[in-house]
Design a protein around this ligand. Sequence first.
Ligand code: 5GP
Length: 130
Amino acid sequence: MASIFSKIIDGTIPAYKVAENDRFLAFLDINPLAKGHTLVIPKIEVDYIFDLDDDTYQALFAFAKKIASAIDKVSTSKRIGVSVIGLEVPHTHIHLVPINSIADLDFTKDRVKITAEEFGQIAASINAEL
Ligand code: 5GP
């Protein structure tokens, strides 16, 4: 069965897309730790990031670097934190999260509530910096 992220790739499930090319997609996490929390995924469906072929792995991080740089430009946070967890969705994804302290990367903490309108604005503002 296709992962929820494959359904986002094929448009079956909506998402606030930040950037896309033929191999990778970046979109806002629906339950963000901070405004601008973005997920970066390969379009090929591989559960565990360290099972990716080397080329896809390296290109995924190169794509994530560009997205992080764009998030940085629209964020007031100190920097963009990077995490890979993958315990919830079995489709490789990199979390990019604006952070000011190590506590901001605590995935057990309460998530930020964002309106649909604000999600759209954040995605568009990050995209505009690419
Ligand atoms: P992980 O697998 O790394 O533990 O977490 C999966 C992440 O994907 C979570 O932060 C969760 O909020 C996010 N997520 C799960 N389902 C969806 C979805 O349908 N759309 C979006 N945009 N994010 C999702």
